[in-house]
Design a protein around this ligand. Structure first.
Ligand code: AMP
Ligand code: MG
Length: 181
């Protein structure tokens, strides 16, 4: 499929997590896919959304709720299946024909792991942009920094709630646009 490079899909996932080790009978599951589109010409950020996903192999710990604010009540109310979330990315965000970006390699690896484990097709094309690495290279830092640190260095206020995918995706899009400008 021809690549559409007018807008980049910026993604930030939240997943079930624990303070210490993953419990023996569980696997970390994506619980929110934060996503938005970044217009590479204008910097406009659109279609910003947090797709809440029902975990299939784990439950939400108190630690996870403290980190992300996502709790079982929100999952019950808004959660859709992982399969439906992947359909949304493909149909509404054209994820197979656009480049996509995330802050670090974690999001890419988690999508690969979870798609393989649950027998689902990977929803993205081959073009992934690692904003964390790009930011460190552009600024010749010699090492990578976290999203909040990158925003501080750029004098961009952290908008919304850190560790909520919907807000992290938007903040990452702002960092990426500065790198492209
Ligand atoms: P983030 O995009 O930084 O909000 O992190 C994405 C996911 O990484 C979170 O939803 C957690 O599953 C995991 N994570 C982030 N920070 C921590 C932490 N301090 N301890 C355990 N898991 C974490
Ligand atoms: Mg996040």
């Amino acid at each position: 499929m021809a690549k559409k490079l007018d807008k980049i899909i910026v993604v930030d996932i939240e997943a079930t997590c624990w303070e210490a080790k993953t419990p023996e009978n569980m696997e970390s599951d994506i619980i929110e896919i934060g996503v938005c589109l970044l217009d590479v010409h204008t910097g406009e950020i659109s279609d910003n959304r947090g797709i809440i996903v029902k975990p299939e192999r784990s439950t939400i710990s108190d630690f996870c709720t403290e980190l992300t604010t996502i709790d079982s009540a929100l999952i019950e109310k808004e959660g859709i299946s992982f399969a439906d979330a992947l359909k949304t990315l493909k149909k509404e965000y054209l994820s197979q024909s656009r480049a996509w970006a995330s802050f670090g390699a974690y999001d890419l690896k988690q999508f690969q792991r979870q798609c393989t484990a649950l027998g689902k097709g990977y929803p993205f094309g081959p073009s992934h942009i690692n904003v964390k690495t790009l930011f460190a290279l552009k600024n010749k830092l010699g090492h990578e920094v976290g999203m909040a640190g990158a925003l501080t260095k750029l004098n961009i206020p952290l908008e919304g709630t850190h560790h909520r995918g919907i807000d992290d995706a938007k903040n990452i899009a702002k960092i990426l646009y500065r790198l492209l400008a």
